[in-house]
Design a protein around this ligand. Structure first.
Ligand code: SF4
Length: 309
C-alpha cells in the first residue's frame, strides 16, 4: 500500500483492540458474536395518531394488512422478523416526543465515554480495498466478507490488479458471498472506472462515488467517513431501526433518517456517530430482542416496549 494511501485512511475498520464497552455483557467478556449486516427494512407505515405527539411513549400501532402478512411470515423467517421489527420501529418512531438537545448530547457523550474510538469490522488496507469491501458487504456479513477479501486483496490490492484479475478471477475469491457474480462484475468495472476517470484513486466525493457500479449512497457515506474522515452518516438496517425505535431521528426511508441524524447530532459527535449507532444496533439494540437492561441510553430512549431485566 502506498504511504499516501495509508495516510489518507484515518483508521482501520478491522476489529482490533478492546471492543466497545457496551458490546460486553455486563461484567462479562466481550460479545463474541460478530453479526453482520442485515437486510435493510426501508419502509414502515405510520399508524400512530397525531394525538401521540408530545408524549414519551406511544400506543402499539394497529397492524396494517401488509404488516399482518409480514408478521404471519415472521414465525419461520428470521430475516422477515427483523424486517417486521424495523417496520414497527418506523411506524412508531414519528409519534415519540422529540429528543431535546441536552438529551442528545448526553446520549452521545455516553457512547463516546464507553468507546472513544469506534471502528467498523471490515478488513481493508486503503481507500480502494475499503470501497471493494463495502461493495461486497451488501447482504453479507462482515465476517464473510473478511474471509473472502483475505485472498482477493492478496491477489489484487490495486484497481489495476483487480482489472487484470478479471471477473472470473474475482468471482473465484468471493464465491462464498451471495450475489457474487454481480459483485465480481461491479468490482472489476468500478476498478476500471477508477483508473479511467480518477487516476486509479478513490475520489473523496459522494457524487463521483455514486456513479461507480455497485456504489450507492450508503456505501459512499461509509467510504467518505472511514477513509476520508468526513462526518457522514451511513444509514444501514441498524441505524434505521435505532433512529426510529429511540425516536432520535424518525424517518420512513434511510435518506430521511440520515438527514434527520445529521440535523440532530451535535457536530462534535458526527464523525463517530455512524459507528457508535451501528455497534449499538448490532450488539445491544438488536432487531429481535433489544438488550435494554444494559443499554447506555435506556433512560433517554422513547421505545415503549423495552425488554425487562
Ligand atoms: S432502551 Fe432498548 S430499545 Fe431503547 S435504545 Fe436501548 S436497547 Fe434499544
Amino acid at each position: 500500500m502506498a504511504n499516501e494511501d495509508k495516510d489518507s485512511v484515518r483508521r482501520s475498520a478491522r476489529p482490533r483492540g478492546k471492543p466497545a464497552a457496551e458490546a460486553r455483557p455486563p461484567g462479562g467478556s466481550p460479545a463474541r458474536a460478530r453479526k453482520g449486516s442485515e437486510k435493510s427494512a426501508t419502509s414502515g407505515r405510520s399508524t400512530a395518531g397525531n394525538s401521540q405527539a408530545g408524549k414519551n411513549t406511544a400506543a402499539k400501532p394497529k397492524a396494517s394488512p401488509a404488516l399482518a402478512v409480514l408478521e404471519a411470515q415472521a414465525v419461520t423467517r428470521p430475516a422477515r422478523r427483523r424486517a417486521v421489527a424495523n417496520a414497527a420501529a418506523a411506524a412508531l418512531g414519528g409519534a415519540f416526543r422529540p429528543w431535546s438537545p441536552e438529551e442528545i448530547a448526553t446520549a452521545f457523550s455516553r457512547f463516546e465515554a464507553a468507546n472513544p474510538h469506534p471502528e467498523g469490522e471490515l478488513d481493508y488496507h486503503d481507500p480502494f480495498t475499503l470501497l471493494v469491501a463495502v461493495v461486497l458487504s451488501a447482504q453479507a456479513t462482515d465476517v464473510g466478507v473478511n474471509k473472502a477479501t483475505r485472498g482477493l486483496f492478496k491477489a489484487a490490492p490495486t484497481p489495476q490488479a483487480m482489472v487484470a484479475l478479471g471477473e472470473e478471477g474475482v468471482a473465484q475469491h468471493i464465491r462464498t458471498l451471495g450475489l457474487y457474480r454481480g459483485k465480481a462484475k461491479n468490482v472489476v468495472e468500478l476498478s476500471r472506472r477508477l483508473i479511467a476517470e480518477h487516476g486509479g484513486q478513490v475520489p473523496p466525493d459522494r457524487a463521483a462515488l455514486e456513479t461507480l457500479p455497485g456504489v450507492g449512497r450508503k456505501t459512499a457515506n461509509v467510504v467518505l467517513n472511514i477513509a476520508f474522515g468526513l462526518p457522514t452518516i451511513a444509514v444501514d438496517t441498524h441505524l434505521f431501526r435505532i433512529a426510529n425505535r429511540t425516536g432520535l431521528a424518525p424517518g420512513k426511508t434511510p435518506l430521511e433518517v440520515e438527514l434527520g441524524l445529521e440535523r440532530t447530532i451535535p457536530e462534535r459527535f458526527l464523525l463517530h456517530a455512524h459507528h457508535w449507532l451501528i455497534l449499538h444496533g448490532r450488539y445491544v439494540c438488536k432487531a429481535l430482542k433489544p438488550d435494554c437492561p444494559r443499554c447506555l441510553i435506556a433512560d433517554l430512549c422513547r421505545w415503549p416496549e423495552k425488554t425487562p431485566a
